[in-house]
Design a binder for this molecule. Structure first.
Ligand code: ADP
Length: 493
């Protein structure tokens, strides 16, 4: 046994593995971050220009649809004003009334230009609207002056040149100046919008370059991680093969050593049996007791050897289950009956509670179920002090998390033994691990084997225990009814 245990530790549970696994995890984590990052960058690269262009579209359209036409209209108004003045001058100099007709037509052109200009200047902001109001007021003042001077009523009257020329007054100059200021303001507004557009274009360019660079970095990172993960996968595969080889050679070693141990132990038991039968004469009472102890020890040793063999077969994936329709409550009852004698001689009250299902036969391996329940019952009998109770209940209940909480057949073995501390409850299913449950002997293999067998059947064993009050070990089995499609025999993991 000592050698078998030693060889267990020889499996290369390589010390470097956690570090590498950690690195692989870190790589996996990085890859998980990097990939979405690449995708986000690509999406951002597509979306950012669209958003920025949408933002500058209004500015561009203000330039092309508002500011540019406004400038043209200002120019038209300036042109009309200049030509109006020329027409008035022509009339005043020549007295030709056709100049007055021309003046009136030009007034209409000017009015039309200003009418069209008004809403455009409103859209270009308060400053431009104010400049337009100034121009409008200046134009009206000048026209009022023309009207007050009575030029238009003087049709046919020859002009008095010196006085009338005074129309080219400061008022007209102010009108032209107001138009020039409006134009300058519009040019300024256009320039400001151009500046904003070019700032947005620059931002877009920088963002595009930045994101593209980051995306490239992320792609390079993902490629590097991919190479590393592939290398780690190759290493893991090599290690798996190595572990498989070691497990196989350990299994071979265990088969050999157990065989070599069983033969002399069997022979020793044979001789002890002969002594017990009086082959060398009747034994004195003290001698008989020692021979009985000798035989008990040999049987225990043989049981441990069988357990080790079973475990090594399970580890090598050589355990198989042969499912068949099984009346579970009946099988449980029979197994409990098999343990009545042991319970009785340990001074325990072992009983089966009325079964609450499954009512139909389930597909499972009866031999394996018997083996598991036998282990749980032996433990209950072994660890429960004299005068205690052991109860076995069979029912269909929602299964544990490991079985996806689906309804499962549950066989619970409840005892009033010493209980198992919470920190030991996980460990007791590991090989050669024992909790401190009193003086009872054992190799710490029974639960490890039982758990493997339970998994082989698609089930699991769970434990609930309170120190000083007792333990409940429950074997959960999936409900595959006999009518269900056949399942391939399982293999131990
Ligand atoms: P063994 O009984 O040979 O030590 P097992 O694998 O069957 O090995 O059990 C592992 C450990 O779990 C035991 O050593 C014991 O400490 C604890 N254990 C198992 N069953 C019970 C029980 N019914 N009551 C208290 N402790 C138990």
């Amino acid at each position: 046994m000592a050698r078998a245990q030693q060889s267990t530790t020889e499996v290369p549970r390589d010390a470097a593995r956690p570090t590498r696994a950690g690195r692989a995890l870190a790589d996996g984590g990085l890859a998980e971050i990097a990939l979405p990052f690449v995708i986000l960058s690509l999406v951002a690269l597509t979306i950012i220009p669209v958003i920025i262009q949408a933002g500058t579209r209004r500015l561009r359209s203000e330039i092309t649809d508002v500011a540019d036409p406004a400038r043209i209209l200002v120019t038209e108004a300036q042109f009309a004003l200049a030509r109006e003045m020329n027409a008035l001058r022509g009339f005043l100099i020549t007295g030709d009334e056709r100049y007055l007709d021309l003046y009136e037509r030009l007034l209409e052109d000017e009015a039309l230009a200003l009418r069209q200009l008004a809403p455009l200047t409103q859209r270009l902001g308060p400053e431009i609207a104010r400049r337009f109001d100034e121009l409008d007021r200046a134009v009206r003042s000048w026209h009022d002056l023309v009207v007050q001077a009575g030029v238009l009523e003087r049709r046919g009257i020859p002009p008095g040149l010196e006085r009338e020329i005074a129309f080219e007054t400061a008022v007209f100059q102010q009108t032209l100046a107001a138009a020039a200021r409006l134009e300058t303001a519009i040019i300024g507004a256009v320039q400001r919008r151009r500046d904003r557009i070019s700032a947005a274009d620059t931002l877009q360019l920088r963002l595009t370059i930045g994101l593209a660079a980051l995306a490239l970095l992320a792609v390079a990172g993902v490629a590097r991680i991919g190479r590393r993960l592939r290398r780690l996968a190759r290493e893991a595969e090599a290690r798996r093969l190595e572990v498989e080889r070691v497990v196989e050679s350990r299994a071979r070693f265990i088969r050999g050593i157990t065989h070599d141990l069983k033969n002399p132990l069997g022979a020793a038991d044979g001789y002890a049996q002969l002594l017990e039968a009086g082959a060398r004469g009747e034994l004195a009472p003290g001698q008989r007791e020692w021979v009985e102890r000798l035989r008990r020890s040999i049987r225990e040793a043989l049981d441990i050897i069988d357990d080790v063999l079973l475990l090594s077969r399970a580890e090598a994936g050589r355990l198989e289950a042969q499912p068949e329709p099984v009346d579970l409550p009946r099988l449980v009852r029979e197994t409990v009956e098999d343990h009545q004698a042991a319970a009785h001689s340990a001074g325990l009250d072992l009983r089966m509670e009325p079964a609450a299902g499954p009512t139909q036969p389930i597909l499972t391996d009866p031999g394996r179920v018997r083996q598991i329940l036998g282990n749980l019952l032996s433990n209950a009998v072994k660890y429960t002090p004299e005068g205690g109770r052991v109860r076995v209940a069979t029912a269909v209940r929602p299964g544990p998390r490991e079985l996806g909480r689906a309804p499962a057949a549950a066989v619970a073995v409840r005892d009033t033994g010493p209980g198992i501390p919470p920190e030991a409850q996980g460990r007791i299913f590991e090989e050669f691990t024992r909790a401190d449950s009193g003086a009872a002997g054992g190799a710490g293999l029974g639960l490890a084997i039982s758990q493997r067998l339970a998994r082989l059947l698609g089930g699991i064993i769970t434990v609930e225990s309170v120190v000083g009050r007792g333990s409940t070990f429950t074997l959960w089995l999936p409900i595959r009814e006999a009518g269900a499609p056949p399942v391939a025999p399982g293999r131990a993991a």
